[in-house]
Structure formats: structure tokens, C-alpha cells
Design a protein around this ligand. Structure first.
Ligand code: ATP
Ligand code: MG
Length: 352
């Protein structure tokens, strides 16, 4: 075949940084073509809302130029308070019929004015309880937020073609990288700067998704207050890049407190999910996001949930040329790139 199916450019605009990934489909898998991360200043994106669209646009544009990416189709994602993902039960119908009735059916499930959202749905299959009903996954995203992200991307010289949701991008990334995983029920947990995204997947189908408004940002603010330093310095203290004159015992104590808070929230969400299921066990938790690097978090989560925890490797099934990319850097940046890789794996013709 001369024309191989081309993937989209993956762009994850988080509140801490924008991540860009370009992959090429090659025989037997994918190859990394470009990868970059551009930090955003403190108040640029707050609670996932773009406060400073100029800076977001400039950051995406510089990433694109530095990576020598020509204008092209881009997949991006949103999450948080402007997106609702809900399971619903409807009478069995075709996709075309569902499209016709979606607005009316969705109204009872969505806490927003139905005219203010973009709606989407995925048929999951026949309902477990009744054979004349089917389960669908309903996704409603506030138009205002989708349009804000789309216009920043457009103004940066790219073409927004897929608007995904962080939790689903994580799932795409997982499916490509762990096709032979023996577990049937797993949780993907991404801990970023302002959000913890959780997606529970059973036999390749998302059965529960939730975003918790919490993340590394609060920890950065705590370090700022504790040591009287700027946002940028606090970020460098976190990563260990600039610790001159800093009492590391205090930093470690703050890290431990933050880990405890995340673990408590994740545990509460998983317990809630399990309380709705009969005889089910989550067999593994895969962590991603920059805050997954918090020292001791993995073992604390493992101990308190009694579930094996692993930091996910979004490059598990992706190759790269080690003359172009430094393998040590790839290993370091991997957890932070999970959503961007899931997006870079999307194809233009995918439904979203
Ligand atoms: N070594 C580290 N130790 C602790 N925290 C870290 C480390 N490295 C990065 N972080 C934190 O990870 C967070 C950034 O992660 P990520 O890039 O996944 O967030 P984001 O996608 O921009 O945010 P969000 O999706 O929540 O809007 C920041 O809060 C950053 O301080
Ligand atoms: Mg993120």
C-alpha cells in the first residue's frame, strides 16, 4: 500500500504544560517522530479553563516550530468540570437512530443546558439486565471550552480535527501499549497539575470515568508558601533541579502529605466504583501524569488499596531512533506523555 493511514498530531494542553507528540504508523506498530513539552506559566490555565489564550497559543506555536511540524490535523483533549461522561441505558437502536434522539435522551443525564454542549455517544453493547436495552456512554462537553481550545490550536497554525477526553486518550494509549495484559479489570489514573483523571476499564470497555479537581498544583503552591519562592522555583524544587538552601526534610514531608491526599481520593473513587459491582476486583492500577513521579506515591497507593500499582510506559510498543531521541529522557518524560500519546494514536476518520 502506498498511502499508509496517517495518525494525527497529538497535543495535550495541560495546566502545567503543553505536550506534543508525532507518531508514524510503521510495520508492526508505531515510531516516534517528534516529541516536545512547553511549560505554561502559573495562571495561564486554571481549573482547565484557558485564562490567557495568547500564551497558550504562543506555547503551542513554539512547540510546533521547534519540532518543525507543518500545519496539520491535530487531536487534542479536554477534561474536568466542563465534560460529563455518563453511562446511560436506552432501548436498542442503530447509531443513526441514536444520533436523531440523542439530544432528547441526553437531557435527563446532563446537568448543563443541552444547547450549551456538544454531545457524543458510544454504544457499549446490550444491557446486562435487559435484552431490549443497550448501554451507551454519553459524553457532553461545554461548547465554550471546546471552542476555546480549538481556537488556540487553530491560531497556532494547526487544524483541530479530534476533540477527545483525557480519560479516553489514556485508554487508547493503554490498548496500543499493553495489548497482551492478562488483567481484565484495570484502572488508569493520571495525576497532573490540576486534575486526577480516572478511567476503569473492563475487557477493553470503559465502565467508569471520573475527574477529580486535584493535582500537583496545590503541592507547588504549598512549596511556594512554605519557602517563600516563586511558582517557577517551586516547580524546580519539586523536580530536584534547584534545591540550594532548601530543607529537603520539609520538602519530603510536604510530598508525603500530598501523596496521602491523592491516595485517599483515588481510593475513595475506586471503592465507590467497586460498591456498584458484584464480585469484581481491580487487578492493576496504571499511574501516569507528572505527579506520578512523587517519591513513594506508587508504594503508598499499593499498600492502601491492596492493588498492584505500576507507572505506565506509554512507549512500551513505540519505537524510536536513539540517534534522534535520548532514551534516558524518554524514560523520564514517559508518564507525563501518556495523554499526548493516546491522542497521537488517533486517526482522522475516528469518531469522537
Ligand atoms: N519529579 C516530580 N515530583 C513531583 N511532582 C512532579 C515531578 N515532575 C513533575 N511534577 C508535577 O507534575 C505536574 C505536571 O504534570 P502533567 O504534565 O501531567 O500535568 P498537566 O497535564 O499539565 O496538568 P492537568 O492535566 O492536571 O491540567 C506538575 O504539578 C509538576 O509539578
Ligand atoms: Mg494532564
Amino acid at each position: 500500500m502506498i498511502f499508509e493511514s496517517r495518525t494525527l498530531l497529538g497535543l495535550d494542553v495541560g495546566s502545567h504544560s503543553a505536550k506534543m507528540v508525532d507518531l508514524a504508523k510503521v510495520r508492526g506498530g508505531y515510531e516516534l517522530k517528534a516529541l516536545g513539552l512547553g511549560m505554561l506559566p502559573a495562571e495561564c490555565i486554571v481549573d482547565k479553563d484557558i485564562m490567557d489564550s495568547e500564551t497558550v497559543m504562543d506555547t503551542i506555536k513554539s512547540l510546533r516550530e521547534n519540532l518543525k511540524i507543518r500545519p496539520r490535523g491535530t487531536a487534542t483533549a479536554i477534561s474536568g468540570h466542563s465534560v460529563i461522561v455518563k453511562k446511560a441505558e436506552l432501548p436498542i437502536m442503530t447509531e443513526a437512530e441514536l444520533e436523531q434522539t440523542l439530544m432528547i435522551e441526553a437531557e435527563q443525564y446532563i446537568p448543563f443546558d443541552i444547547n450549551d454542549v456538544y454531545l457524543d455517544s458510544f454504544i457499549l453493547g446490550e444491557s446486562a439486565e435487559r435484552s431490549d436495552m443497550m448501554d451507551i456512554l454519553l459524553v457532553a462537553s461545554k461548547k465554550e471550552m471546546v471552542d476555546d481550545y480549538a481556537s488556540a490550536i487553530r491560531n497556532a497554525g494547526l487544524k483541530p480535527m479530534v476533540m477527545d477526553v483525557d480519560v479516553f486518550a489514556l485508554e487508547t494509549m493503554y490498548e496500543v501499549n499493553y495489548p497482551d495484559a492478562p488483567e481484565s479489570l484495570i484502572a488508569l489514573v493520571d495525576i497532573g497539575a490540576s486534575m486526577i483523571n480516572i478511567n476503569i476499564i473492563k475487557e477493553c470497555i470503559p465502565v467508569f470515568a471520573r475527574d477529580i479537581s486535584m493535582g500537583g498544583r496545590q503541592l507547588t503552591e504549598r512549596i511556594q508558601r512554605e519557602f517563600g519562592v516563586s511558582y517557577e522555583r517551586a516547580e524546580n524544587i519539586k523536580t530536584g533541579a534547584d534545591i540550594v538552601g532548601i530543607d529537603l526534610e520539609r520538602v519530603n514531608y510536604i510530598f508525603k502529605m500530598a501523596s496521602e491526599t491523592y491516595v485517599q481520593e483515588i481510593r475513595r473513587t475506586l471503592d465507590f466504583f467497586l460498591s456498584t459491582m458484584v464480585n469484581e476486583n481491580i487487578e492493576r492500577i496504571y499511574l501516569s501524569g507528572g505527579s506520578a513521579r512523587l517519591p513513594g506515591l506508587t508504594s503508598m497507593l499499593e499498600k492502601q488499596t491492596e492493588i498492584p500499582v505500576e507507572v505506565i510506559n506509554p512507549f512500551n510498543n513505540i519505537t524510536w531512533d536513539d540517534k534522534v531521541f535520548d532514551s534516558e529522557y524518554i524514560a523520564y518524560i514517559a508518564p507525563q506523555m501518556a495523554v499526548a500519546i493516546g491522542l497521537a494514536l488517533r486517526k482522522a476518520e475516528d469518531k469522537w
